[in-house]
Design a binder for this molecule. Structure first.
Ligand SMILES: NC(=O)c1ccc[n+]([C@@H]2O[C@H](COP(=O)([O-])OP(=O)(O)OC[C@H]3O[C@@H](n4cnc5c(N)ncnc54)[C@H](O)[C@@H]3O)[C@@H](O)[C@H]2O)c1
Length: 266
């Protein structure tokens, strides 16, 4: 009525923005990449699985987006530095970083070796720190927008930062660490116009945590504590990422969006 929609700005418009998504070859990282691209961003895709990333680049090209893939092990500083340098070389700047690459290898606490613990911390926590620090150095060169904003960092944590899961002592430690680290980063980076927020997904159906192929009894037990009685989709997490990446969330920093069908509300 009265052209109301015409007077509203396009919601979550990322035209002219450059984003990096880690762990982009499949699962949630793929959904974040396709979604940010649909919103107008140019997207650099990073993963240890370069061939998988290339397939996502092809999908992005089909939807007329701009993208490229970089082989990057998030536990290796030299790979992360190369990812940042390649992105700036190809797209000129960085506005958005989605730290998403994560591993969750189940192992009982008493069988967990030092190397098991270190591997998870290196990818899930140290990698997020290194990528955020390197991206920030580029973001602070950006011209601030009308709200003084220069960039947005989104860290994919987990409800494992809030509740414990047996067999995932290292993973829960890494995800809890992300929340604390992000809050401290948010305080230091607010004066620079860079926002840092987290998303805590609940049970999301992805290749890494497939609910579809689960034994029906195990699936029923897994869904029992979830008030919505279903797993979430990668797209439902990508929608939260899109909001946090865009100017529509310009007053959010140091926050965590829990996207879990109500699981930890109880
Ligand atoms: N699926 C869930 O239920 C769930 C719930 C909460 C949080 N999460 C978190 O969401 C993120 C994505 O999970 P997903 O379920 O999509 O996982 P997934 O296993 O389906 O995909 C993860 C991607 O990360 C890549 N990757 C793994 N190690 C890497 C490394 N060292 N460097 C770069 N890339 C690497 C993999 O190749 C893969 O493409 C992770 O951080 C995970 O901890 C997942």
């Amino acid at each position: 009525m009265f052209g109301l929609n015409k007077t509203l700005p396009k919601f979550c418009d990322l035209k002219g923005k450059v984003a990096i998504v880690t762990g982009a070859a499949k699962g949630m990282g793929k959904a974040h990449s396709l979604t940010l691209s649909k919103a107008g961003a140019k997207v650099a895709l990073a993963d240890i699985d370069l061939a998988g990333c290339q397939l996502v680049v092809d999908e992005i090209k089909k939807q007329r987006g701009e993208s490229f893939a970089v082989k990057c092990d998030m536990s290796q500083k030299k790979d992360i530095d190369n990812l940042i340098a390649e992105t700036v070389k190809k797209f000129g700047k960085i506005d958005i970083l989605v730290n998403n690459a994560g591993i969750f290898p189940f192992k009982p606490f008493l069988e967990m070796q030092e190397q098991d613990f270190e591997k998870v911390i290196d990818v899930n926590l140290k990698g997020y720190f290194l990528a955020a620090q390197a991206a920030t150095k580029e973001m602070q060169k950006n011209q601030p927008n009308e709200k003084g904003q220069r960039g947005s960092i989104i860290n994919i944590a987990s409800i494992a930062a809030i509740v414990g899961f047996p067999g995932l002592v290292h993973y829960c430690g890494s995800k809890g660490g992300i929340i604390g680290m992000s809050k401290a980063m948010a305080l230091e980076l607010a004066p620079l116009g860079i926002r840092v927020n987290n998303v805590d997904p609940g049970a999301i159906d992805t290749p890494g945590a497939s609910m579809t192929n689960m034994d029906p009894k195990a699936r029923e037990a897994m869904l029992a504590p979830i008030p919505m009685k279903r797993s979430g989709t990668a797209q439902e997490i990508a929608n939260a990422v899109l909001f946090l990446a865009s100017n529509e969330s310009s007053y959010l920093t140091g926050s965590t969006m829990v996207v879990d069908g109500g699981w930890v509300a109880g």
